[in-house]
Design a protein around this ligand. Structure first.
Ligand SMILES: Nc1nc2c(ncn2[C@@H]2O[C@H](COP(=O)(O)OP(=O)(O)OP(=O)(O)O)[C@@H](O)[C@H]2O)c(=O)[nH]1
Length: 391
């Protein structure tokens, strides 16, 4: 391959510095997502490492500048790993990239002072780069929801290419005769490895940006579909889920049951104890309801102090059993807020598609009517829509 190594080095160094700025800018709007600043630092150090190595054009090269270049570049990859861990889990030991830098400096200094063998130094550096890039790839090949998985695996694949390239470089130099390797020697290995390395490094940065982009959009989607106070689905996402279920049930002929839950005398709770206590009552009801439902059921805050549960493949009788249990557990539990202890109750209305039809609005109206029946009958009870229909 007739590629000029120096031009490539300048290009890759300049691109790395540019990517560092790009990632730093992206990190400014990453909210609570961690790791992007560390990726930016990683690119900066990689760029500087290459720039320092570039200054050693041909003999006589200053070995200490090359030591500095290798240390910076390896520290850069260490920061990429640090950022990836932070992005994934929100936590990583801060000393890790410094440990990589320390190891790189120690290894390179050893080969300058005690064992001045360029072959051995390049093999050792290649193996270090191989190791850290392989660890980065291993961090990213994990099972997770789409589309984040695509971004993770794309970045992981790019790290793998880089790791494979460094391993290949180490093996080729190991097998070649002594005193034949030099950074600027005209051997095909140099341009090939710098070309692949540069491309893979670019792909890694694109992967980081893609990961950030998908994570932000997933977070926005989650925010738009959940209720901020209780963390359960909001009305909008419940309606979406219901229409998806109903479209399927129209074809399959399955039944759907709906439960409307309303806290009794909630205004009085707010007036007597304050809105914070009222909020705590809603959170407590959410916790009780979440424990009562099955994995396939959908719990949502429908508005104010009203909650709705969708029970797929269920009829009123199933819903009644669940509603009765929920009502009893809620009424029997005490809610504590800043030393205040109080009890509360709920009225529940239930309906199913056998009586109200396979239409979400008519199901909701039916469950709501049943809930008001429960209120009229004295509250703290469960009422069925079919009872009023039969009557
Ligand atoms: N603390 C708190 N209160 C809320 C929230 N959303 C709505 N509310 C209050 O909930 C109360 C609902 O009162 P009403 O609709 O009169 O019902 P109620 O007092 O529960 O009476 P019944 O339903 O007939 O038993 C109102 O005072 C609203 O201000 C919320 O997110 N937090």
């Amino acid at each position: 391959m007739n590629l000029d190594l120096r031009t490539m080095m300048v290009m890759i160094a300049a691109l790395s510095l540019l990517f560092s700025g790009l990632l730093a800018l992206a990190g400014l709007h990453a909210g609570s997502i961690r790791g992007v600043r560390q990726w930016a630092t990683g690119s900066l150090l990689l760029g500087l490492g290459l720039a320092f190595s570039y200054t050693q054009l041909g003999p006589p090269a200053n070995p200490w500048i090359l030591v500095l270049g290798a240390t910076l570049a390896l520290a850069g990859t260490g920061f990429q790993y640090y950022g990836t861990r932070l992005f994934k889990t929100g936590y990583c030991n801060a000393y890790l990239p410094w440990l990589v830098a320390g190891a790189a400096f120690a290894v390179n200094s050893w080969f300058v002072v005690l064992h001045p063998d360029i072959h051995a130094r390049v093999i050792a550096n290649s193996l270090l780069f191989f190791l850290i890039n392989a660890i980065c790839a291993h961090e990213l090949f994990i099972r997770m929801e789409q589309p984040l998985r695509t971004a993770y695996w794309f970045t992981g694949a790019s790290f793998s290419v880089l790791a494979a390239m460094f391993l290949f470089r180490a093996v080729v130099i190991f097998l070649s005769p002594d005193n034949t390797y030099g950074l600027y020697t005209q051997i095909p290995l140099n341009p090939i490895s710098f070309f692949i390395g540069g491309m893979a490094q670019m792909a890694i940065v694109f992967g980081f940006v893609l990961m950030l982009n998908y994570r932000l959009s997933a977070d926005h989607q989650r925010l738009a579909s959940t209720d901020a106070l209780t963390g359960v689905m909001n009305r909008r996402s419940l309606e979406l889920e219901a229409s998806r279920l109903l479209a399927r049930y129209v074809r399959s002929g399955e039944t759907l049951a709906v439960m409307m839950i309303d806290v009794d005398h909630f205004k009085t709770i707010n007036d007597r104890y304050g809105h914070m206590v009222g909020d705590e009552v809603l959170r407590h009801l959410t916790a009780v309801a979440q424990k009562s439902i099955r994995t396939g059921d959908y719990l949502a805050r429908y508005g104010g102090e009203e909650f709705c549960i969708l029970l797929p493949a269920s009829v009123e009788r199933d819903a009644w059993t669940l509603a009765e249990r929920l009502r009893q557990v809620f009424a029997g539990s005490e809610i504590e807020y800043c030393g205040e202890m109080l009890r509360s109750t709920v009225s529940i209305g239930i309906a199913d598609s056998t009586h109200a039809g396979l239409n979400f609005v008519s199901l909701l109206v039916a469950a709501d009517k049943a809930m008001y029946q429960a209120k009229l009958a004295g509250r703290n009870r469960v009422s069925r829509h079919s009872n009023s229909v039969d009557a």
